[in-house]
Structure formats: C-alpha cells, structure tokens
Ligand binder design. Structure first.
Ligand SMILES: [Zn+2]
Length: 557
C-alpha cells in the first residue's frame, strides 16, 4: 500500500478535478485534435509522476511547492469566476497584484477549499519515495522542466491558447514563462508617464470623444441616401460639422477598439503601446484638462473595455447611470454631456454610448417605432447587451425585422441624442469627435448566422464606422477643412488619438513618430481593421481592408 502511496495521492488529486478534464475531452470530440491532446496529456502526466520520484529532498520539495501554488492559483480563479483562466486574464491579474490582499480576504472560503483540494498533489510529490525508479537523478529533475518547456512551446505558437483541459498544475507556471518572455520583449511592462513635449498654455476648451456602440457608418443619413436621420447632416448656428465620411475601425470588437482609442495603439505597435504607454487621461491631465468618463453601458462601478482599476484612478469624474433604464441612458448621457459643455471647466470627456448593440428590440421608445416590421417588443426592456436570442432565429425575415429595429434605435440613440446636444449645449468652446466602436453585419446579403460583430471572419461593414468632428465657430484649434476632402472616406480610428493629442497642444512632429497621423494632416490611412486583435507571442494580427465598392447600404423603406 505505502509503496504506491504517491500514485494514490496523485490519482486522487486528478480524480477530484475530473470534470475539468472530462469537459475538454467532450469538447474535442475526436480525430486528430483528440489524439494530440491525449499525447500531450500523457507526457505531462508522466513528467509529473517522475517529479514525485526526484531523489534530492530539497529539489522534490521545491517542485511540490511550485506545482501546489500553481494549481491553487488556477483552482481559486476557477472557483471564484466559474471561468477558465486564459493567458490574457493571467496577465491582467499580475498587473492588478496591488489588490491581492483584498481578493484573498474576499474569497478566503474559495482559497481554503482549493488549498485543501490541492493537498494530495502537494503530498503526492513531496513524500519520500518508497521505490527507486531506474533513471538517473538528472533525468528525474529534467522531467518537470521538459513538461513545462513543451507546454510553453505549444502555447507560444498559439498565442497563449492550448492548455485547456491539460493537467492544471502546469498552466500558471507556463503562463509565467510566456509573461517573462513578453516582459523581456517589452510588449508588457510598467506604464510610462507623459514625456511628449507640449506647446502653449493649459487647454482652455472642452475636448470630447463620443464612442457610439455598434453604429455602422453605412446606416446614417450623413453617408448614404436612405440612411437614418442622425441630426448631424443639418446646419446649426455657430457650429461647424466636418464629416469625414466612412472610417475604418480599429477592430470589430468593442473592447479592442476602446482600449486602443484610450491608449493610442497603432497598427504596427498596438500591443506595446496599449500596455506600456500613457493613457489619454494622463495626457489630458498634463494638458490641464479635468478628465471625465461617461459609461452609459455598465452600472455599479463595473469597469469594461479592458479598463483597469489603476486606469480608473486617472479619471476625475466617473459617470454611470445606475437608476436609468437602458432605453434612456443615451439621453441621460446627452444631459450629462450638456452639463459638462455648459460649465466653464475645460475637460476631456470620453463617452461610451449605449448605441445599438444586440438586443435592439427595446432600445427605443414607441414614438420612434418608425421602421416596420420590427422585432417584437417588451422582452429586453432593460438589457444593454446580451448573447441571448429571443424571438430571433437568424433567418432572412428575422434580419428584415432586425434591421428595422436597428434603424429605430439609431433614430433615437443617434438622431435624438444629437438633437438634444445641439439644442441645449453651448458648443462655442468645444471640439467633439464622434465615431462608433465598430460597424455591423446586418446580413443584407442573406448570409446566415445570428451575430452582428466580433467574429473571426467579418464582412467589410463590421469595420465601417462614422467619423465626424463638431466644433464651435469661434474656436480656433486645428485646420480641419484643409485636408477634409482628401481624408474623407479614407481615414480611420487610428487617426483619432493623434488628433486628440494635437488638440491638447502636444508637439505634432513628436507625437506623430509614436502615434501616427492626425486628421489635420493627409492621413494616407491603410483603411483596414484588425480581425485578430489578441495576437500576442507567436501570432500575427489579421488586417481586413475595406473596399468601399463592397459596402451594402440600406434601401428605401
Ligand atoms: Zn461594440
């Protein structure tokens, strides 16, 4: 019995986590992927077993503790979030290390249970071996190292993916290896402070970036004949509106675009810039602006779009609308924006609107039910976004109703939003840039599916967004008209961050070498969006070019 005590303990540990391994087996189904998975699983199990027979007590204890700590980390995360620990989450967790005391206290019950559950692994490795395996001492010590190296290699070429369902005690150790590699190649690292040179006094006007949600550039009246009324196509006294037409988005997923708009990542260097360079808030504060973030999508202080708690601390006023129904949140955002434009404090305002994310059944009031037939009403009265699909089968006729509901939503969340801003806000001392995080696949070509964005093989419209600059006539900032004709339908989200910095008085030549061209220059943009944004380690991003000849526009209702 005691001869096989190690095997019993290790077996007990693996059995107690059988659901994790079994789930992966079921997901894999069969064929070559299953064979490869089984092969790697077998190797990792063998190297773990050999680890338990390392003769040097000190080295065996060391590995026992390492594997114990690693599995504990993995198990606590799984217990707390009911989710698989991915590599990018692991990196975020490392950077939020300052909150570890808080987390340990808050989740102490989960930590305790996971620790008890991992004891068989700890003792299974640590106990003195009762048998001597016919292998050299060096071979036994090399075994766990080979296991970790093998998995590190696999995850490297797969951008951190590939450990799912494999013996979990290896996963955080391997993530740590990948992280060390990224830290050494500076795609991760501590955040820098502002070092760009600036000209002039503190900024004396408001600078506003309005980022709409899921508003496709080809559905607004400023760009197409039968587009939805946006209130951006008419003249208002004392205000100039410069329409840059169609622009390319950064990516076709909300978080990827938003984090890049806040940190200024470029097509060639976004991983490094987004994770190590200063945020838009840091640049704004240095330029004398108060920083305001309005998030109309989330409530209760929850952060989204890859915003960290430390970024949150760079924001002077953090606004969410906890008590307002989803349908009215963009109007609440308009009201808040009007207040900020009408106070006499120069501010940088970044606004994430509710816009037109799925579900769009109930994102507009009855008075705005203009386009018919629309999706049935009443099921999603207070849902900002969801993956759920009630009354929606993704058939051709479903998409007809979807597009009508979508247009009604735009009428309210874009048309009415701007109507209120233009009628009530003082715009004489403000520059506003309006865009959306990404476009939409509204299945106009009859292509099947229920998704509108964020997939790996998107249509061109998913990367097609509006880009508009609004400015009070008395204010002299950048020479917008100079390059407008050349930049219209040819610029992208990547031009927004440099434009904001230039508006804040940062030196154009200096900022351009890091962040690229501002809208005041001939942008000569590549007009592509990224369909594989999370391309770290061995993977490369995937750029989709938008050919405007392919773009489908709405027909007359
Ligand atoms: Zn989005």
């Amino acid at each position: 019995m005691t001869t096989y005590l190690k095997e019993l303990l290790l077996g007990l540990y693996l059995l107690s986590h059988y659901d994790y391994y079994l789930k992966r087996l079921i997901d894999l189904g069969g064929g070559v992927p299953l064979l490869l998975f089984a092969g790697v699983f077998g190797i990792l199990l063998a190297t773990l077993w050999l680890t338990a027979y390392i003769r040097s007590t000190a080295i065996r204890y060391l590995f026992a503790l390492l594997f114990f700590a690693s599995t504990l980390f993995f198990d606590v995360y799984t217990r707390v979030t009911a989710d698989y620990l991915t590599y990018s989450t692991f990196v975020s967790l490392i950077y939020s290390g300052g909150f570890i005391d808080e987390a340990l206290y808050q989740y102490r019950a989960s930590v305790f249970l996971a620790a008890v559950g991992a004891l068989p692994l700890l003792f299974g490795i640590a106990l003195a071996p009762r048998r001597r395996l016919p292998l050299s001492s060096y071979a036994l010590v090399a075994a766990p190292l080979c296991g970790v190296l093998l998995l590190t290699g696999i995850l490297f070429v797969r951008s951190g993916e590939g450990a799912r369902g494999l013996p979990a005690m290896y996963t955080p150790l391997v993530y740590l290896n990948l992280f060390a590699y990224e830290a050494a190649s500076s795609t991760v690292g501590p955040r820098e402070t502002v070092s760009l040179p600036r000209h002039g006094q503190a900024v004396g006007n408001d600078i506003v970036l309005i980022v709409d949600e899921s508003v496709s550039g080809n559905y607004l009246d400023i760009n197409v004949e039968h587009g939805v009324h946006s209130s951006l196509g008419q003249a208002y006294p004392g205000v100039s509106i410069y329409n840059y037409g169609y622009a390319a988005s950064i990516a076709n997923c909300s978080a990827d675009t938003n984090v890049t708009l806040r940190y200024g990542g470029t097509r060639s260097d976004y991983l490094r810039i987004n994770s190590t360079m200063p945020s838009i808030w840091q640049y704004a504060r240095k330029a004398g602006l108060r920083t305001v973030y309005i998030d109309a999508q989330r409530t209760g202080g929850r952060l989204q779009n890859l915003m960290s708690k430390s970024e949150r601390q760079e924001i002077d006023e953090f606004v969410q609308f906890n008590q307002t129904p989803v349908r009215d949140r963009d109007m609440a955002a308009a009201q808040k924006l009007i207040e900020l434009l009408n106070n006499d404090t120069p501010e940088l305002v970044y606004l994430n609107k509710v816009g037109a994310h799925f579900p769009v059944h109930d994102k507009y009031p009855d008075d705005f039910l203009v386009y018919r037939p629309a999706l049935s009403r009443g099921q999603y009265a207070d849902v900002s976004d969801t993956g759920e699909r009630y009354d929606f089968g993704g058939q051709v006729e479903d998409w007809v109703r979807y597009r009508n509901a979508y247009k009604n939503t735009l009428l309210w969340n874009v048309g009415e939003f701007f109507a209120r801003v233009f009628s009530q806000a003082r715009l004489d001392n403000a520059v506003l840039i309006y865009t959306s995080d990404h476009g939409q696949d509204l299945h106009e070509r009859g292509n099947p599916g229920v998704d509108t964005h964020c997939g790996g093989d998107p249509v061109v419209e998913e990367g097609l967004v509006p880009l508009v600059v609004i400015q009070g006539n008395g204010l002299h900032t950048l020479d917008w008209p100079r390059e407008l004709a050349g930049n219209k339908d040819r610029s992208s989200h990547y031009n927004i961050f440099p434009t904001l910095l230039q508006l804040m008085g940062y030196d154009l030549t200096a900022l351009q070498t890091i962040y690229g061209k501002s809208l005041s220059q001939h942008t000569e943009d590549e007009f592509t969006f990224n369909t594989r944004f999370n391309a770290r380690l061995g993977e490369k991003p995937n750029w989709k070019h938008i050919d405007l000849k392919e773009v489908v526009t709405p027909t007359l209702q």
